[in-house]
Unconditional design. Structure first.
Length: 313
């Protein structure tokens, strides 16, 4: 009778010497995102009777929204459908699909994504109404910063997929899968990259805008005392670091408009030290005035905030 190790070795040989699985399947990568409908409560917003509050946490729902629940339910249905049609694969969000099933599965995915888009549209039509309902029901917990502008909320919803062929020759894939199906998958993947590029541009413009606003604020004399505000090297260093990194490696979308403003900003701060700004009111006024032009140009590039805070960069 063979030992356990011998049996395992035989099983391994049978698997590795069997047919090449990668030539009979493709991978479908599914990416979904939704609006986060909960926020963690601060300790001051709840109490614990007969226990240690430091060992607890609590959260609240932002919206009581059947429309949002319906949207999330449809997203869950899409994930379950793809999972039910696929074979096991060790990476979350990636599904191994036998070639003969690809056309039917992708056709169904497109239908389910359309259902999701319709549900999102219904949610967006009621978003502000649900916000006001939440404010009325829990005025003490209401925080307007938890409810971003509609355009930002809409961007939080996304659903993309793409088909990845590892071992199937391209011509064989085209022969066995309708080219229209492959085209739809590529278009879905392309939309993901377009959205990612747009978000990257907006985030980078927002970071620079917040840094410029911070610099100009520190260069403004204190209203109460009429004296210069206190600030540190970090105000200048952080802005210089961002602009230098943007020019060196972070301009992955070839953002010409922001690139021009970065060059302008670097030229304005070239050689300027904290001591220079502290010692010269004339220099402070000039730098503040010059960066006001940059700030004015950045504002429309950012649009509705916030994509990401400069503190997170």
């Amino acid at each position: 009778m063979p030992s356990t190790m011998e049996a395992l070795r035989t099983m391994h040989q049978e698997v590795t010497q069997g047919p090449d699985l990668s030539r009979s399947v493709v991978l479908i990568r599914l990416e979904q995102h939704s609006f986060g409908n909960s926020r963690k409560l601060r300790k001051s917003q709840y109490s614990v009777e007969g226990g240690d509050q430091s060992m607890t946490s609590a959260s609240r729902r932002l919206l009581d929204s059947p429309e949002l629940e319906r949207t999330n339910a449809r997203m869950a249905s899409l994930r379950k459908y793809v999972q039910d049609q696929s074979l096991p694969f060790p990476i979350d969000g990636v599904y191994m699909m036998p070639l003969p099933k690809v056309e039917d599965v992708v056709f169904k995915i497109d239908q389910l994504i359309e259902d999701i888009e319709n549900a999102v549209t219904e949610f967006m039509a009621t978003y502000r109404t649900r916000e006001q309902e939440a404010k009325q029901r829990n005025p003490g917990l209401y925080d307007p910063s938890d409810y971003p502008p509609e355009a930002e909320v809409r961007r939080k919803f996304s659903c993309y997929y793409n088909i990845v062929s590892i071992g199937v020759p391209e011509q064989q894939l085209k022969d066995r899968v309708d080219p229209a199906i492959l085209k739809k998958a590529r278009q879905s993947s392309e939309r993901l990259w377009v959205d990612a590029a747009e978000m990257t541009r907006q985030m980078q413009a927002q970071i620079m805008l917040e840094m410029v606003e911070n610099l100009r604020d520190k260069l403004t004399d204190d209203d109460a005392t009429g004296k210069p505000r206190r600030f540190t090297n970090a105000i200048i260093d952080n802005l210089n670091d961002f602009m230098r990194n943007f020019e060196k490696s972070m301009n992955v979308t070839d953002y010409k408009q922001l690139e021009a403003l970065v060059k302008q900003g670097r030229a304005l701060l070239n050689g300027t030290t904290l001591e220079d700004l502290k010692d010269s009111a004339k220099l402070r006024a000039k730098i503040k005035s010059d960066f006001a032009v940059i700030e004015k140009a950045l504002v429309p590039m950012v649009g509705e905030r916030k994509v990401r805070s400069a503190d997170e960069f």
